[in-house]
Design a protein around this ligand. Sequence first.
Ligand code: CTP
Length: 399
Amino acid sequence: MKILLGIGGGIAAYKAAELARLLMERGHEVQAIMTAGAQEFVRPLTFAALTGRKVLTDLFAIESAIEHISVAQEHDLLVVAPATADLIAKLAHGLADDFLSTLYLAFRGPVVVAPAMNVNMWEHPATQKNVETLRQRGHRIAGPGEGYLACGMTGAGRLVDPEAIANAIARETERRRDLEGETVLITAGPTQEPLDPVRYISNRSSGKMGYALAEAAAARGAQVTLISGPVHLAPPRGVKVISVRTAVEMRDQVFANLGAAGIVIKSAAVADFHLARVPDQKVKKTAARMSVEFDPTPDILFELGRKKGDRLLIGFAAETQNLQQEARRKMESKNCDMVVGNLVGGSESGFESDENEVVLVLCTGETIPVPRSSKREIAERIFDEVLKLRLALHAAHGR
Ligand code: CTP
């Protein structure tokens, strides 16, 4: 692989030399980029000697004014080690005032970030928020480790071992294009069921989990169709988004787009009831109380379960209690291969949050708890397990 090694200005910059050597030993080509701060700690010559290439240091002292673009296009992965608090903030906010930060914006491949800084700087809410932004973007954060820090304090903030960073790079690339050739259909967000021309009932789903799944699948090489209820999220890059409003519209679009999909994930929070006949005019306040009778919406997942053929079908179960039992019950009754169960209703997890904690209930009888992490990381884990499950099912059926 052709790896870009971005080196930030911290005391741990010398450890990046060890990382460069390790990556070369593992057969990669390494192109080092140093910030001005990094060059205060280690001279570019060290990296030039280790990698056999000229180190990129200055946006304006290069042969071509657009070198950062061509360098970005020619490489497969960017690792930033050590990533200082300042560098992390720049990457999170898209500031581009030197070669490394400009290259980062032009780069489309996977990114691994290995933070290193003082423990108080690491724990500062500003840094934590920036790291979370990078995580949500799908970047892998390696470390930091805990221990004695150069500033004399002890705690989180040490650059993790070069070996651990190299392993994080290996994991990132393994997973990188493993959905190439797959077609994935995902539903996301709530549905809105009108009560009259100006009112509707809906639920608290933000769509973040479904969008994270779509982003992850597209990044791993899949053709992705995302059928989305009304949400306030940007369409993920490289994903075909079909916007719908009601459960019936979602059902129609799911079956119209089912075609080549080999993996179908129903993360949408579909309303269970709707008004079969919506009044044409706004309902007036004519009585002290009113009651409304709802009819059931089509259960899209249930219908899919009956027609799924060779497809892998993954449902969601948002529960306020008895998570595992309910997830397993839904998996069986809707003929799914996996159900992702998550607890909702609490303050920390579920609908609007950027993070979640889920349990994966599989048709093989296995139950896999996934600890609290970003929705993007949970999405990646779901695809890891879906691919494993498919292999297990093929083996079991001798296909
Ligand atoms: N689902 C669906 N169509 C519906 C309702 C639900 O496709 N009309 C799907 C959801 O997308 C989700 C799964 O079914 O993948 C479980 O949704 P949930 O609302 O938790 O389950 P319900 O079957 O509605 O069960 P209950 O409301 O009793 O918990």
